[in-house]
Design a protein around this ligand. Structure first.
Ligand SMILES: [Zn+2]
Length: 82
């Protein structure tokens, strides 16, 4: 049986936060919408950016290259060296 459904990822057009994933029939696939969706990060209705789920790994790789706010911690045992 051919694949007739695709997973669509909807994310915030402003900050890129994942809003929802929806499974739709391939025939009805719409990557563009005028509907706005609530973004929990922006705390506002934002235009959605939609993409096919298969490309998510590309998005994740991109996000990992962004700088992260991580507290610098000394390595445990570092003082034991000398
Ligand atoms: Zn947002």
């Amino acid at each position: 049986m051919p694949i007739t459904e695709v997973e669509i990822i909807s994310s915030c057009g402003e900050c890129g936060t994942l809003i929802e994933t929806v499974t739709v029939k391939k025939d009805n696939m719409m990557l563009f919408t005028d509907e706005q969706a609530w973004c929990s990060k922006c705390q506002a209705d934002r235009p959605q950016v939609r993409d096919v789920a298969g490309r998510l790994s590309t998005i994740e790789a991109e996000q990992q290259s962004y700088p992260k706010a991580v507290a610098a911690e000394p390595f445990p045992g570092q003082a034991d060296g000398r």
